[in-house]
Design a protein around this ligand. Structure first.
Ligand code: ACO
Length: 323
């Protein structure tokens, strides 16, 4: 059986670090409020010369170097983003060009904060169907560009960044001790659109728009949706919370992550938490957290990793992968 094995990973952060105290000089907020409600202490914000394509390209190059592959080895690039450089062409195609790739294909995928999980699942499907052998999966965002910097209820929550992985087709035996993606589960429900959306777009306002969120409503649904899709992943594989080595969730809010881990009986020492360093970087948050756990020596070959995300749409999903 063909498995999609993660060969390497990489990340890129913008140059400028913005602390909660820095934000408190711009809007009526405080470090205490932000930390208590979200766990966030700082975030990186892109300068005008740092775009989604720039950050995505840097993360992609780091992931290819870590995987020990050249651009000639890649047949597909999937970029998860909700903050593309242009309405079209896809930012993935721009990154493809910057990387000097003339063959294969590249496209963007839009599932907001669940984007990386959706992109990784799509890559797995391409690999399992034999349509690609090595895929670059990138999550890159410049959410600072779509924030309303007058709205303290949203602007304190998000940050910019990018992360990437290289996924390769390898033979497995079809058991849960195989390396690679063991199962993935995606969900969406458009009836929740008004709870988290951007109030602009080419076909409506002809503007880019700003992020709008009913924070309490999002919070209310997040834990139930996250645990539901993770239970589906456990049911599909016969694995349980005890079997996983690392839980790497989308990094939106410490309270959502803690509540989900508790409900699923995942021990707190298995949770990779980076929301305090990066804020919510949407589709980039999981690969940025992967990079942290790789670099500090926690995440190693053979580890069983549970990835999970939930975001605008709503969209949500989970992937179980053996590193
Ligand atoms: N600084 C200080 N005070 C603030 C701020 C701020 N930045 N923002 C809001 N407040 C005030 C409000 O005005 C309100 O004041 P009031 O009581 O006088 O009216 C008070 O704080 C409480 O506001 P709530 O919105 O009720 O605060 P809550 O405890 O719900 O926390 C938060 C807000 C952090 C947004 C929370 O609802 C949350 O985390 N929701 C999940 C949203 C999320 O993570 N979204 C990310 C995208 S989706 C995803 O990735 C899963």
């Amino acid at each position: 059986m063909i498995r999609s094995v993660i060969l390497g990973s990489g990340a890129a952060k913008p140059r400028t670090l913005v602390t909660n105290d820095d934000l408190a000089k711009r809007v009526d907020t405080s470090d205490e409020w932000i930390v208590q409600r979200t766990g966030i202490r700082q975030r990186y914000i892109a300068e005008s010369d740092e775009t989604t394509a720039d950050l995505g390209e840097r993360a992609a190059r780091a992931a290819m170097a870590d995987a020990g592959v050249e651009i000639a080895d890649i047949d597909l690039i999937i970029l998860a983003t909700s903050t593309p450089n242009n309405t079209f062409p896809a930012t993935a195609v721009d990154i493809q060009h910057r990387l000097g790739m003339k063959h294969g294909a590249a496209f963007d995928m839009q599932a907001v904060c669940s984007g990386f999980v959706f992109a990784l699942t799509t890559a797995d499907t391409y690999i399992k169907s034999g349509q690609a052998k090595r895929i670059l999966v990138i999550g890159s965002e410049t959410f600072s560009r779509i924030l309303d910097w007058e709205d303290r209820t949203t602007c304190v929550l998000f940050g910019d960044g990018a992360g990437a992985v290289v996924v390769e087709a390898q033979e497995g035996v079809g058991m849960s001790n195989d390396r690679g993606i063991l199962t993935s589960h995606l969900r969406s429900d458009g009836s929740h659109k008004d709870k988290l959306f951007v109030d602009g777009g080419p076909s409506t306002t002809q503007t880019v728009g700003h992020l709008r969120m009913q924070g309490r409503e999002v919070f209310k649904h997040a834990v139930a949706m996250i645990t539901d899709v993770i239970e589906a992943a456990f049911d599909a594989t016969g694995l349980s919370a005890d079997d996983i080595d690392w839980f790497i969730p989308h990094q939106a809010n410490r309270r959502i992550i803690d509540a989900s881990a508790k409900k699923l009986n995942i021990a707190s020492q298995k949770v990779v938490m980076t929301v305090e360093q990066h804020g919510n970087t949407s589709a980039a948050s999981i690969p940025l957290a992967i990079d942290v756990a790789r670099n500090d020596g926690r995440l190693k070959k053979g580890d069983l990793v549970l990835l999970e995300a939930m975001g605008g749409g709503f969209t949500w999903g989970a992937v179980l992968v053996r590193w």
